[in-house]
Design a protein around this ligand. Structure first.
Ligand code: GLN
Length: 477
């Protein structure tokens, strides 16, 4: 079901939140053993549904009345385990909820469960989860992408109509592309990060996943806005649903470097089709250049790992999660981290600590910050010629499970189209735009900072013009 349909049915009393929940739990019971989108279902979901029924009876206006929502397991949920798909946080029960989770409750949504991810949101396939991989519901032998792979697979298979993810370098957009759903990362600061378990704080944002633009706007409106608990949140009110009604009178810049080479044929075909479809509706297309795009991946993996090295220092066996006691404090830390962290997390802590170390700081981290500024300037220049930019979300459709596991560099390369957006702090959406060999293809729309809503206007125009041809529930049964 779509969230919009659920809200309508619940508000007009044609169904109740409890009934909707039961339908989803039945579907999950049937399909989850194949997909493994969730780390844990919420044992209090039924009680939440009953509480919403009561609020409705009291006449409260609830924009997400009775909608079950899948929440990535790096977003804190009070009283409900939040593991980051890591052994080190396997038994961690947060004493508070992330602001976005509080907002879901206020809007009348039900937290259905916590979704799988790559450990601490490091990866591109959800294979680095300590609790086993998620399978792509379009082809169970393929990855769903990552790191919000559980959230994307859940929405694609309609195990949930909506989901929350986080996006540090593409973790909402890339799995959305590989699973054929919409995935949106806002301008840095538009959705609160309070209660998001930190990966790289200058890049992390919460993002939204859905199977229609209406649903995506509904969820994004409910989550966005200023939050006194996050000092980086911006005082901007959301207008995502309103944006769906606006005219797409835009010039779109096709980023030449991103289509130059290395993409599968389906990606280029989807771009052609997108252009032809919208040109008929009066949208203008030009070619633009981001010369420094080529350096984005290298820059990202210095900035990202440096911030990881600092953020993950807190997992030392003292305050949070696992503790493996050794002879002394140092040895306890060593044993805890040895036992509690997986290979990719260790690799990144090592790389980041090296990049920040005395004597190398300027050569690596300092240089990466300058490259980041240059990238931002190149985007600004492109936005002088176009209102929105178009890039692939991923160079290929979903790859096979295991294909990239033994080669970290090839895993990093799957982020080639997404990381620049986080470095520049821009809003971007991955939208379903094609199929190749029965697998979904996504395209990425990017806007100037704080012009997030324009993306929704154009994506809605495409959805309408193509009659939703590229959005369907994944054929898993
Ligand atoms: N795949 C990217 C990485 O591994 C992005 C991760 C993310 O956005 N959380 O860093």
């Amino acid at each position: 079901m779509l969230a919009q349909e659920i809200v309508e049915a619940v508000q007009t009393r044609r169904t109740s939140p409890g009934e909707v929940l039961q339908e989803y739990l039945q579907r999950i019971a049937r399909l989850e053993p194949k997909v493994h989108a969730f780390i844990r279902l919420n044992p209090r979901a039924q009680a939440e549904a009953e509480a919403i029924e009561k609020r409705l009876a009291d006449g409260e206006n609830l924009p997400l009345a009775g909608v079950p929502i899948a929440v990535k397991d790096n977003l804190c949920t009070r009283g409900l385990q939040t593991t980051c798909a890591s052994r080190i946080l396997e038994h961690f029960v947060p004493p508070y909820s992330a602001s976005v989770v509080e907002k879901l409750h206020q809007a009348g949504a039900i937290v259905l469960g916590k979704t799988n991810l790559d450990e601490f949101a490091m990866g591109s396939s959800t294979e680095y989860s300590a609790f086993g991989p998620t399978h792509n519901p379009w082809d169970l032998e393929r990855v769903p992408g990552g790191t919000s792979g559980g959230s994307a697979a859940a929405v694609a298979a309609d195990l949930a109509p909506l989901a929350l993810g986080t996006d540090t370098g593409g973790s909402v957009r890339q799995p959305s592309a590989l699973c054929g759903v919409y995935g949106f990362k806002p301008t840095y600061g538009r959705i609160s990060r309070y209660g998001v378990i930190a990966h790289a704080s200058s890049l992390d944002q919460v993002g939204t996943l859905a199977r229609s633009m209406e649903d995506l706007a509904l969820l994004t409106d409910a989550l966005s806005g200023p939050d006194p608990l996050d000092s980086t949140s911006l005082p901007v009110l959301p207008k995502f649903r309103e944006a769906l009604e606006q005219t797409a009178d835009f010039t779109v810049g096709i980023v030449a470097e991103a289509f130059a080479s290395g993409n599968s044929a389906g990606v280029n075909a989807a771009c052609e089709n997108f252009r032809a479809t919208l040109e008929r509706r009066g949208v203008r297309f030009v070619e633009v250049s981001i010369p420094s795009l080529h350096y984005a991946l290298a820059t990202y993996y210095i900035v990202d790992t440096s911030e990881i090295s600092s953020n993950l220092a807190r997992y030392d066996g003292t305050l949070y999660g696992l503790r493996v006691t050794g002879q002394d404090v140092g040895n306890t830390m060593m044993r805890t981290r040895e036992a509690g962290l997986g290979p990719e997390v260790k690799r990144r802590i090592l790389m980041g600590t090296f990049a920040l170390s005395a004597g190398y700081y300027e050569a690596y981290y300092g240089k990466a910050l300058r490259a980041r500024a240059k990238l931002k300037a190149d985007f600004d220049a492109a936005f002088a010629q176009a209102d929105l930019l178009l890039m692939p979300t991923s160079p290929t459709p979903a790859f096979k499970l295991g294909d990239k596991l033994s080669d970290p560099l090839s895993m990093y390369l799957s982020d080639i189209d997404t990381v620049a957006i986080n470095l520049a702090g821009l809003p971007a959406l991955s939208l379903p735009a094609g199929l190749e060999g029965g697998l979904p293809i996504g395209l990425q729309l990017i806007a100037r900072p704080l012009e997030d809503e324009r993306i929704f206007t154009l994506a809605k125009a495409f959805e309408k013009a193509s009659e939703g041809a590229f959005v369907q529930i994944a054929p898993v049964s």
